[in-house]
Design a protein around this ligand. Structure first.
Ligand SMILES: Nc1ncnc2c1ncn2[C@@H]1O[C@H](COP(=O)(O)OP(=O)(O)OP(=O)(O)O)[C@@H](O)[C@H]1O
Ligand code: SF4
Ligand SMILES: [Mg+2]
Length: 345
C-alpha cells in the first residue's frame, strides 16, 4: 500500500491569496431517523477570478456546503457543527448576523437551479434588478431602471428595454436564468455560487447560459463555485475541481490533471460515465450502485461498497485526504497506484 502524508483540513483549490477559505466545515441534520452528517470536515478554497467546480452525485452535500457558505442554511433542521468559512479575511461564522447579511447582499451572490422560484413572481424583472441598485447603492428610481436595462443587455436579453416591464413567467427558462445571472452580477460581488445553474434547461440552452456565465466571470474577475453533476459541463469552464462523496471531499485537482488522470476511483467512475460522441449506442459506464444514506455511512472508506479497487484495509481504515502530487488531494489509500496505472495506460 502506498501512503504519503495525510493533509487533514488542508484547504484545497486555493490560489496564493484565496478569496474564500473553507476549513473543516461540518453540517448535521437531526432527523427522526437519526443524525445525518451532510458535510463532514470539508475544506476548500477559491481564489479571485478562479472557478472551482464541485461535483458529486445527488445527496452528497454540495448544496448544503453552498448554503453554509452563503449563510442561507435551513437551520433547523441543519446545524453547522464545526469549521471556519473565511471570506475576505473574516470568519463568516463568527460575524454578527447584520454584517453577514450585508456580505450576502453585496459581496457574494448565488444562482439557483430554479429561477422561477428564486425570482419574485409579482415584480417585473426590471423592477427586481433596479431594486438592487436602489437598496444597496442609493440609486434613484430612474437611474435604477437604466442600470437594470443595461444589465439585461449585458446578459443578452433581446429587446431588453422593451422587456424590462415583463414578469418572470413571461420569459423562457434560459432567459430567466440569464436574469438570475444579472441579479447575481448587479452589485459586482467578489464571489458567485452557482448551484446547478443549467440543470433545468435543455442541452443547447445549457451551453449558452454556461458560456455566458463563464464569460462574465472572467470579465468581472469573480471567484465562482460551480456546483454540478455534470463533468462534461465543467471541462471548459473550471480551473479546479473538488469531487464530493457522502459529505466529504474525496479528490481535488486542477481540471486538466483530473481529466487526464483521476486520483480516486470514484472520480474515475464519474469520468467513465460521460457520454462519448464516438461511442454512440454503447452502454454508459456509470458508477455502479447507490451512494450511502448519510445516516449510515459505511465504516472505513465510505466508497468501499462500490469501489472496484477496494481491498480489506478499505473497510477498516478511513482514508484521510492525502496530498497526491502538486496541488492535488485524494482520499484514497491507493491514489499513487491509480496515478501510476493511468500513466502506464
Ligand atoms: N432539509 C433537510 N432535512 C434533512 N436532511 C437534509 C435536508 N437538506 C439536506 N439534507 C441532508 O443533506 C444531504 C446533502 O444534501 P444536499 O442538498 O447538499 O445534496 P446535493 O449534493 O446538493 O444533492 P443534489 O445533487 O441532489 O442537489 C442529503 O443527503 C440529506 O441527508
Ligand atoms: S480507499 Fe479503497 S475503497 Fe476507498 S476509494 Fe480507495 S481503493 Fe476504493
Ligand atoms: Mg443540490
Amino acid at each position: 500500500m502506498t501512503r504519503t502524508q495525510p493533509v487533514p483540513g488542508r484547504p484545497a483549490g486555493a490560489g496564493a491569496s484565496p478569496l474564500l477559505q473553507v476549513r473543516d466545515l461540518s453540517v448535521e441534520f437531526r432527523t427522526r431517523d437519526g443524525v445525518a452528517t451532510a458535510v463532514d470536515g470539508v475544506s476548500f478554497g477559491v481564489g479571485e477570478g478562479e472557478t472551482l467546480a464541485v461535483l458529486g452525485e445527488s445527496g452528497c452535500g454540495k448544496s448544503v456546503t453552498a448554503q453554509s457558505v452563503m449563510g442561507i442554511l435551513d437551520s433547523p433542521p441543519g446545524r453547522i457543527t464545526g469549521g471556519e468559512i473565511v471570506f475576505g479575511g473574516r470568519d463568516l461564522l463568527k460575524m454578527p448576523e447584520e454584517e453577514r447579511r450585508a456580505v450576502r447582499g453585496a459581496r457574494m451572490a448565488m444562482i439557483f437551479q430554479d429561477a422561477l422560484s428564486a425570482l419574485n413572481p409579482v415584480l417585473s424583472v426590471g423592477a427586481q434588478l433596479g431594486e438592487m441598485f436602489q437598496v444597496h447603492r442609493g440609486a434613484s428610481r430612474k437611474e435604477a431602471r437604466e442600470r437594470a436595462v443595461e444589465l439585461m443587455e449585458r446578459v443578452r436579453i433581446p429587446a431588453a428595454r422593451a422587456r424590462a416591464g415583463d414578469y418572470p413567467h413571461q420569459f423562457s427558462g434560459g432567459m430567466r436564468q440569464r436574469i438570475m445571472i444579472a441579479m447575481a452580477l448587479a452589485l459586482e460581488p467578489e464571489l458567485i455560487i452557482a448551484d446547478e445553474p443549467t440543470t433545468a434547461l435543455d442541452v443547447t440552452v445549457q451551453a449558452q447560459v454556461m458560456d455566458l456565465l463563464a464569460e462574465l466571470q472572467s470579465e468581472y474577475r469573480m471567484g465562482l463555485i460551480l456546483i454540478t453533476h455534470d463533468l462534461g459541463v465543467v471541462a471548459d469552464v473550471a480551473d479546479r475541481i473538488a469531487v464530493m462523496y457522502a459529505g466529504r471531499i474525496v479528490e481535488t485537482a486542477p481540471v486538466a490533471e483530473l481529466y487526464r488522470a483521476p486520483a480516486h476511483p470514484y472520480t474515475r467512475g464519474l469520468l467513465d460515465s460521460i457520454p462519448r460522441l464516438d461511442q454512440k449506442g454503447q452502454q454508459l459506464n456509470a458508477v455502479k450502485g447507490l451512494p450511502p444514506s448519510l445516516l449510515r455511512v459505511p465504516p472505513g472508506c465510505s466508497f468501499h461498497p462500490r469501489c472496484p479497487s477496494a481491498r480489506p484495509v478499505c473497510r477498516a481504515d478511513e482514508p484521510p485526504l492525502y496530498e497526491a502530487g502538486a496541488g492535488r488531494t485524494s482520499a484514497c489509500h491507493f491514489w499513487k497506484e491509480l496515478l501510476d496505472d493511468e500513466c502506464a495506460e
